[in-house]
Write a protein that binds this ligand. Structure first.
Ligand SMILES: [Zn+2]
Length: 295
C-alpha cells in the first residue's frame, strides 16, 4: 500500500469531517496532484484527495464516478482532458459522503449532469451545508444503465452497507468496476451507522459483488490502490473475524470500553489507520451489534 499517500489522504478526510476551517483545507488541496492510471480502453482510475475517481471516456464525453473536493475541480478536469478531447458529460456519485460529492456543484456549473441513487439525493438535500447546485439531476432506485456508443455503464444499488445509498459501477467493454466505499483496501472500513450502514449489509453486499467478478477483475476501491477480488475477500474475512472477537467479548459481559481496553488480536494491528483506528472499529462493531441485537 502507498502508506504516505494514505496518511496524507487520511489527514485531509479527518480534517474535513471535523469541519476544519476552509483555509486549512485549501492549503492541503494546493499540494494535491491528480494521477491517472489506464485500466483498459476508455477506463481510467484517478487518485488525488478523497475517494478514488473512475473515468470512462465515451465517444461523446467523459463519464466520471465521484468528484472528490470542489477545490480540485480544475485539476481533475485537466487530468481528464489528457484522456479525452471531449468535455466531461456525466458525474455519478458512488454515495453521499463529502469526500466523493463535494465537487458536485463545481462540475454541475461546468455543464456536467450529476446522477445518484435516490437516498444519496435525499441525504445531500437534507444537508444544509451542501451546495444546492450540486444536487443530482437524475436519480434512480435499484439500477440504471447509461448508454454510450461503446456500451452501457451499469449502476447497481446495494442497500445498507457503507451507507444506505451505495452503488457499484460496471464499465462496458472492460473487466473493471468502481466499488465506492464498499472497499477500503487493507484498512478498517468506515461503516456509517448513522446513515444506514450496517456490518451485515457491508459483508453481504461485498460478498454478492465478489460472486459476480473473477480473478482478472480490476477494482477501483473508494480508498486505497487499484485492487482485485482476493484483496476484497481479505477485507470481508477481516470484518467477520474481528466482529466475532467483539461479539465473543460482549457475550462475556464486557462493556464497549472494556473491549476497547482489551483490543483486537495483534494480527489486525496493520488495519488500523488514523481515520478508522482500532478503537473506532471496535465501537462500530459493538454498536452495530447492539442495534441488531435490539438492545
Ligand atoms: Zn464514504
Amino acid at each position: 500500500m502507498v502508506r504516505g499517500t494514505a496518511a496524507a489522504f487520511a489527514i485531509i478526510v479527518s480534517s474535513v469531517l471535523l469541519m476544519a476551517p476552509p483555509v486549512v483545507a485549501q492549503n492541503n488541496y494546493d499540494n494535491v496532484s491528480i494521477e491517472a492510471t489506464k485500466l483498459a480502453d476508455n477506463v481510467y482510475m484517478l487518485t488525488g484527495a478523497g475517494g478514488n475517481i473512475g473515468v470512462f471516456t465515451a465517444a461523446d464525453g467523459a463519464i466520471m464516478v465521484d468528484a472528490q473536493y470542489a477545490p480540485l475541480k480544475d485539476k481533475i478536469t485537466a487530468a481528464i482532458a489528457k484522456l479525452s478531447d471531449k468535455p466531461i458529460k456525466t458525474l455519478i456519485n458512488s454515495h453521499f459522503h463529502r469526500d466523493h460529492t463535494d465537487g458536485n456543484a463545481a462540475f454541475a456549473a461546468a455543464g456536467v449532469s450529476v446522477i445518484a441513487q435516490q437516498n444519496v439525493y435525499d441525504r445531500l438535500q437534507a444537508n444544509e451545508d451542501f451546495d444546492r447546485a450540486g444536487l443530482p439531476q437524475i436519480t434512480f432506485s435499484q439500477q440504471l444503465a447509461i448508454q454510450t456508443e461503446q456500451g452501457a455503464l451499469q449502476l447497481e444499488y446495494y442497500p445498507d452497507g457503507h451507507t444506505d445509498g451505495d452503488i457499484i459501477t460496471w464499465f462496458p467493454g472492460a473487466n473493471v468496476i468502481h466499488a465506492g466505499d464498499l472497499f477500503f483496501v487493507d484498512r478498517f472500513p468506515f461503516i456509517d451507522l448513522n446513515a444506514g450502514g450496517t456490518v451485515d449489509g457491508y459483508i453481504n453486499n461485498v460478498s454478492a459483488v465478489i460472486s459476480k467478478i473473477d480473478d482478472d477483475t480490476q477494482i477501483i476501491p473508494g480508498h486505497g490502490s487499484l485492487s482485485d477480488k482476493s484483496d476484497w475477500q481479505r477485507l470481508v474475512d477481516m470484518i467477520k473475524a474481528t466482529r466475532a472477537e467483539v461479539v465473543a467479548a460482549k457475550a462475556k459481559g464486557l462493556s464497549e470500553a472494556e473491549v476497547i481496553e482489551q483490543g483486537l488480536s495483534d494480527k489486525w494491528q496493520d488495519w488500523s489507520w488514523n481515520f478508522i483506528t482500532e478503537k473506532r472499529w471496535i465501537e462500530t462493531l459493538y454498536r452495530d451489534h447492539d442495534a441488531t441485537a435490539g438492545m
